[in-house]
Design a protein around this ligand. Structure first.
Ligand code: NAP
Length: 327
């Protein structure tokens, strides 16, 4: 079992083979999006899903099957699982494997990788090939094309030197020819990186969505980025976000890190504020024990006359000996 020979493919390498027949199982938001790239590369797309997408498929040159038996009887080269993370186990177990060819390749696009790899190894017939992938983009980030966008893959079980290996390379070349940045990586490594990047991004986007942020006439570039992040994360289903959490063993640690980081920032702010208030209270006490010349105003605010900007709120820094001399 080994690499299908992806590394030998230049960006413009041509296959003389017949187009692949790719069966997409789970034809929602992402399934439809990925089908467009597959079709652009001249391959045949079949689809099946819980919901009926017959009309969409008729309009887009795709054969739709209301049941998985019909889909499998077409003997696709690749079965590409595009269902939600949460439903993938039941969807995969519902596929009649015996109706498929012996060298069928199972692939997936799930945003977590260890889970589908283990599931496929566990339930698929041993002669089936397995390639786990994660296109690190979606209908929003990939709407103007896939050039330069990362595509992670792990050839988990592909029979070396076989037709299966050649078909696997042909499948991966779809993304390479679309201009994706191909990243070969183990499923474990993917999940470690993804928890610290994609899951954190989604979490921040979801948190921001609770603030009901609105565009203003004075948006900074940073704020525009936050607005866009909020919009793009909430346009993904909550099932997807929940899947990133539930099916990635590293996600819990990241949630805890995030929570600790927020507390650390609050602590830093409040401890400085506390320092200023404490100092003013002590000054006030010493003022009152001496004879006050005039009644002090609000002690929290700096003296109006001295206040030039908000830096007056900062704790006074140690004076240099030069400044002390000048006084
Ligand atoms: P999703 O909410 O994660 O998944 C929707 C798909 O799952 C639809 O095809 C839906 O079928 C199917 N589904 C949901 N519950 C089901 C159930 N109980 N039984 C059978 N099928 C069920 O949204 P998505 O954005 O389309 O993502 C699909 C997959 O692509 C996910 O695994 C996700 O991690 C991956 N992915 C998404 C993106 C992205 O940007 N959206 C990027 C990379 C990878 P029906 O439509 O027929 O109901």
């Amino acid at each position: 079992m080994s690499n299908s020979g992806m590394e030998s493919l230049g960006p413009n390498s041509e296959f003389n083979e017949t187009p692949l027949k790719i069966a997409i199982v789970g034809f929602g938001n992402f399934g439809q999006f990925i089908a467009k790239g597959i079709q652009r590369q001249g391959h045949v797309v079949l689809a099946s899903s819980r919901s009926d997408y017959s009309d969409y498929c008729n309009e887009n040159g795709i054969k739709f099957f209301k049941n998985l038996e019909g889909l499998c009887e077409e003997e696709p080269d690749i079965v590409l699982i595009c269902s939600s993370i949460l439903s993938t186990e039941s969807v995969t177990l519902g596929i009649p494997f015996h109706k498929l060819k012996q060298d069928t390749i199972f692939a997936d696009v799930l945003s977590v990788k260890e889970f589908p790899r283990n599931l496929f190894l566990d339930v698929l017939p041993p002669e089936f090939g397995i390639v786990c992938t994660h296109p690190m983009f979606g209908p929003d980030s990939g709407r103007h094309g896939w050039a330069g966008l990362p595509f992670v893959y792990d050839e988990v079980r592909i029979l070396e030197g076989s037709t299966q290996a050649q078909k696997c390379a042909q499948f991966l070349s779809i993304f390479q020819k679309e201009g994706c940045r191909m990243v070969e990586m183990s499923c474990e490594e993917h999940d470690r990186y993804a928890a610290g990047t994609q899951f954190i991004t989604h979490t921040i986007g979801r948190i921001l969505s609770h603030l009901n942020l609105e565009s203003t006439p004075i948006n900074t570039n940073g704020f525009e980025t936050l607005l866009h992040l909020t919009e793009s994360t909430v346009s993904d289903s909550f099932d997807l976000y929940y899947g990133l959490f539930m099916y990635n063993v590293n996600a819990m640690e990241q949630i805890e890190n995030l929570s600790r980081a927020f507390e650390a920032v609050k602590q830093k702010l409040f401890s400085r504020l506390h320092g200023i208030l404490k100092k003013q209270i002590i000054e006030r006490v010493s003022f009152q024990t001496s004879i006050p010349e005039e009644k002090p105003g609000s002690y929290f605010l700096p003296d109006n006359k001295k206040m030039k900007d908000f830096s007056s709120f900062a704790e006074p820094s140690e004076k240099t000996s030069k400044e002390q001399e000048d006084e």
